[in-house]
Design a binder for this molecule. Sequence first.
Ligand code: GLU
Length: 305
Amino acid sequence: MTEMRGARSASPYRGRFAPSPTGPLHAGSLVAALASYLDARAHAGRWLLRIEDVDAPRCQAEHGHTIIDQLARCGLRSDEPVVWQSQRDAAYAEALAQLQARGLAYGCACTRQDVARHWQAQGRTFARHVEVPYPGTCRQGTAGRAARAWRLNTQGANICWQDRRLGQQSQDVETTVGDFVLRRADGYWAYQLAVVVDDAAQGITHVVRGEDLADNTARQIALQQALGLPTPTYLHTPLVLASDGEKLSKQHGAQALDLSQPVAALAQAAQHLNLSPETSVSESDVATVLHAYVGQWARRWCADC
Ligand code: GLU
């Protein structure tokens, strides 16, 4: 696998913030960025920024650059050169080839409609927001149909892990989501493959991200195990919800952050993390507020820092 680790700091801790550049940073993503940064600093570790622009149709380089600038205004700068997933094609291809060679990945000819018809025939229905598990139709071959996507064989992937905030978690990946996609029918790499390959290549030891991503963790651990990669420690932070209770997201029309006053923006993000906002500091002194938040974070989350 492609090596991209830089010089190591004394602490083995390596954390990251990995936004998808589908728009500029919004209040919810600043919370996730701040949490991952504070955890890294509380552990005297390194904090890396990775732009997850693997889903090219939904991403724009311009938004990636805007996010980097917005974070920098808040004093959040990557300790190593920013990694862009759009540049990492060879590493993802190598990981897929490894899985194919070991019989763990297979070509799949099914469309969404094929999967829906399968479950209909079994009399099973799924709620609108629930992931429809892939029933494994093409595991034994595509019966002469052309393969469109590549999937991981998840047989026996009953995954347990300990989230630092949510506690003990478990998911039977095979029955809950089924054999999930590694390379999409449109030729783009799937988020699950890219995130697992890059977390390993960057030597990430701790993942701190929003709770909306918690249910991806079992899939990512299953994939780490299939590729023989280490599993980082996970902490999923509380989500920032819009007034209607939906997750605040770019898709949900979240306003871009006003970063003319970064100390105020950081105070709002800190409040979502149940930290006491540091507002008595001058607007120019982002470094001082970050230092204070690191102390608060360490007392709350780091028995080990
Ligand atoms: N790129 C993903 C997102 O913006 C986050 C990936 C991760 O933190 O694992 O939702």
